[in-house]
Each structure stands twice: as C-alpha cells, then as structure tokens.
Design a protein around this ligand. Structure first.
Ligand code: HEM
Ligand SMILES: *[C@@H]1O[C@H](CO)[C@@H](O)[C@H](O)[C@H]1NC(C)=O
Ligand SMILES: *[C@@H]1O[C@H](CO)[C@@H](O)[C@H](O)[C@H]1NC(C)=O
Length: 419
C-alpha cells in the first residue's frame, strides 16, 4: 500500500490546498516557502561574504574519522576535536559577513571551519563534517543533510545550503526557477515551533533562529540549576514545557509529523555534545559552550559564539538512525503531546497515517520512527495548516543511492522504497 495523506474533513474544507495532495511529481515543487524578505531571516537581512572559502575536512595529518568526499568514515570516535596543533580548525568568531542560524551544532562547525565559515555549506562538506566531528553515523548524516538540503531549505542541483538566512543568490542554481531558498531559518520546513532555546517564528516577528538567553536560563533552572545535567529526563521535561507554552501563546502554533525532529535535535544534547574528558556527562558548562552561552562577571548568562569546548573528546560509537529513533521514543513517551496546530484559538489534530492518527502518535518502536523519517523524505506531508511539503524525487534517490534501501527495508516500513 502506498501511504497517502489523509486529513480530517473539517480541516480539508478550511484549507482546500490540503485536500488534494498532488502525486509526487517533480520540478514545479522546487519552489520553496518564502521566509519573508524583510523579516529577520529574509534575504534583505542576510549577511553576504563575497569571499566564500570552503571548510577544511579530514587531511592526512589530521584525519579525524577519515570521512571524505561524502563517503562513510571509520565510525571510530573517542578522539579529541580539534586535534592538538590543528590550526585550520581553530575557533574564530563569525564576522558580520557570516551566516549563523538555529542549529548550534552547525554554528559550532562553522566557527571551527569544519564547514565554511561564511555559513554557506554543501552536501559533501556537511556529511563529512558531522561524521568527523560529532561521530554522527553515515545513515543519519545523510538523512539530515538530505532533508535539510533537498526537502526543506537548500538547492537540489548545487546541493548548497545556508545554515541560517535566505542566501538564494549563493545557494540556487537558478533563482528564477527555484524561487527563494530559505536556508535553515525557513519556518515549518526543518525549523519548527517549541524549540528548546529559540523563539517561535510568529510570536517574535520572524526571529526563530537567534539563541534566546531567557529560554536558556529557564532551561537550566528547569533541570535543577547549574549543577544538574542536560540528561534525557531533564531535556524531555523542558521540551514538554516549551510545547505547552508555545501551544498556549502562539496562535499559529504548529507541530506536524516532523515534530519528532525536535525530539531528535534535543537528543543531541546528551548524545553528541558530551565530552569524553568529562566522563561523557552532559554538564551545564559543556552544553553552554556548544550553545554559545557564558556567564559574565555579574553572574548573568550572555550569548557568545558557539564553540567546541577545550579538550573535547567526541563520542566513541556512531550515532545512527536507529539510535536517534530510540531516543525520540524515549523523550516522547514520558510526555506524549498532540500533533496538529492552532486554528482560531483551537488546537486541531492532524492525520499522517499510520504514524499519526487523530492528532495522536501511533508510533511505538524505533522502527516506526525510522519509517516515519523515511516517509517524510519520500512522500507529501502536511507542513503547516496551510501547506504541504512534497519532497523532490532527488531527496529519496540520493538517500537510497548513498545509504541503500536496506536500512529501511529491514524495518518493514509500510510503503514501497521506490517511486
Ligand atoms: C546536516 C545536519 C544538520 C542540520 C541540517 C541541522 C538543522 C537544524 C535545524 C533546522 C534546527 C532547528 C530546529 C528547531 O529547533 O526548530 C536544529 C536544531 C538543533 N540542532 Fe541541528 N542540524 C544538523 C546537525 C546537528 C548536529 C550534528 C548537532 C549536534 C552536534 C545539532 C544540534 C542541534 C540542537 C541541539 C538543536 C536544538 C536547538 C535549540 O532550539 O535549542 N544539529 N538543527
Ligand atoms: C525570549 O523568550 C522569552 C520567553 O519566551 C520571551 O518573552 C522574550 O521575548 C524572548 N526574548 C527575545 C529577545 O526574543
Ligand atoms: C497504528 O499502528 C499499527 C501498528 O504499527 C498499525 O497496524 C495500524 O494500522 C495503525 N493505525 C492506523 C489507524 O493507521
């Protein structure tokens, strides 16, 4: 059975675009949702660095995980990053010409030149960098890059991506045909409401990407203060608070099928950031460095550029698709929340069968989550209450070409692997 997109009748009537979901055709769907020209993440406010220099990857002298050319690395972590003496990867704050965005993990990579310092990166650079630095597994690395670039925010031909604002003039192969490419700031693409440390797009005039110091302070407090950990139970608790808060104050709140991405990103706090020289504990100090939070002399938290902590040793084993799926379940289970969005002051659930039914999750195993992840890269899915995202064919074919279909096939996903 080919899974289709079903919508509650009332919702389909209110938003006719959602009723008729197109089959997976191709190029006209390359047009991306506009991030809003003059809004904070729009093209008009996007920094421009005419001197784009690619990031520096794995070299003979400093091989890291030996991930190069978009191929799998060794998957053997537990080494120091940046390596002692590796000048090419030393921390440098971004200039006002460089783009940074909603992802602390990628902002830190740009500040260390593992991806281009100007914040314009591409598929290969990204897949290599997140393997070499964080020991993200090859399957998950490709999934994240494929979703970010093809499905959400980048260019399927150049395979370029802005890690923040709309830089279409630099990412697109042909701006007339592609329309604007929002970059990772694009709302309800990969970026969503109820982020751990970022505002909602609609409540803050389009600023959905800057680090919010107040949210960070409240996160630390929620954990139980600076001595407490950003571990799974604490991260789950804070994420739930953010969901409740956004749903109650944001009239445009939307938490769709990729709401689980929020849980996935949240898991990075206790799976990818922790330092082997610190017993792999997700301490406040360690987490703060990646987020770019620092206590000033008056004892107040303030924002500084994201930075890999000194003497940081990465995780030993690759963090795979199934690992992240298991953590998504573990974060979601103690605080199950509804999938859907606010319309006229009321929360309306969505359907994305068999995974989401009547606004409730029908997902219970890591295999289910992996199938859902696979499906959002291959089938139309409701992006917000007035739109549908239809992944371009290139997303799926790239993913299958690179990691093969077996990862998904073995899970018994309820839909075919080709299209
Ligand atoms: C190709 C790889 C990646 C892409 C395209 C990507 C993209 C994004 C995007 C769009 C968001 C915003 C989600 C939201 O809160 O609405 C995000 C959040 C986040 N990302 Fe990434 N990411 C990638 C890899 C990573 C890695 C490797 C790490 C950790 C080492 C990481 C850490 C995080 C964290 C912690 C957040 C939550 C931020 C917050 O709201 O506090 N990401 N990422
Ligand atoms: C930070 O978040 C708080 C809580 O949501 C909000 O009231 C405040 O306006 C935000 N600050 C900025 C600068 O966006
Ligand atoms: C819920 O999930 C189960 C098991 O994965 C599946 O058999 C069932 O069809 C799903 N329910 C709906 C309504 O899609």
């Amino acid at each position: 059975m080919k899974a289709a997109l079903f919508l509650p009748l009332g919702l389909a009537a209110a938003f006719p675009q959602l009723g008729a979901v197109p089959g997976v055709t191709n190029k006209h769907l390359l047009k991306r949702q506009q991030p809003g020209g003059n809004l904070p993440g729009g093209a008009a406010n996007c920094p421009f660095n005419p001197d784009h220099k690619p990031g520096v990857g794995s070299t003979l002298r400093f091989p890291y995980g030996k991930a190069r050319f978009g191929l799998p690395g060794t998957g053997k972590g537990g080494y120091q990053v940046p390596a002692p003496g590796d000048e090419a990867h030393k921390f440098m704050p971004p200039t006002d010409k460089d783009i940074r965005g909603p992802c602390p993990g990628l902002n830190a990579l740009a500040n260390h030149n593992f991806i281009a310092r100007d914040g314009i990166t591409h598929y290969t650079e990204l897949v290599d960098a997140i393997q070499n630095v964080y020991n993200v597994g090859y399957d998950l690395a490709n999934f994240l890059a494929a979703f970010g670039i093809y499905v959400a925010d980048g260019d399927p031909i150049t395979r370029k991506l802005s890690i923040g604002c709309d830089a279409t003039s630099r990412t697109s192969w042909n701006p007339v045909i592609t329309g604007s490419e929002p970059g990772l700031n694009g709302h309800n693409k990969m970026e969503q409401d109820a982020s751990l440390t970022r505002n909602d797009y609609w409540t803050h005039g389009g600023d959905n990407f800057n680090f919010n110091v107040t949210l960070w302070e409240r996160f630390v407090e929620s954990n139980g203060g600076e001595g407490a950990l950003f571990d799974l139970p604490n991260v789950a608790k804070w994420q739930f608070k953010r969901y409740q808060e956004s749903r109650s104050i944001n009239p445009q709140f939307y938490f769709g099928p990729i709401g689980f991405f929020q849980h996935g990103a949240a898991s990075f706090l206790f799976t990818l950031f922790p330092n082997g020289n610190d017993g792999y504990l997700p301490t406040t100090q360690n987490t703060a460095s990646f987020y770019g939070a620092r206590k000033n002399n008056e004892g107040q938290w303030e924002k500084v550029p994201e930075r890999i902590p000194d003497n940081w040793v990465n995780r030993k084993t690759p963090y795979s698709l199934l690992d992240i799926a298991a953590n998504i379940i573990a974060l979601y289970t103690p605080y199950p929340v509804g999938f859907g969005g606010n319309i006229d002051g009321k929360f309306v659930g969505i359907d994305f069968p068999p995974y989401i039914v009547g606004g409730s999750s029908n997902v219970s195993t890591p295999a289910d989550v992996s199938c859902l992840l696979y499906q959002v890269i291959s089938q139309p899915f409701p992006s917000s209450l007035n739109g549908v995202i239809t992944p371009v064919v290139e997303a799926l074919s790239t993913l299958l070409q690179l990691i093969g279909g077996r990862e998904f096939e073995n899970l018994g996903c309820p839909f075919p692997l080709t299209k």
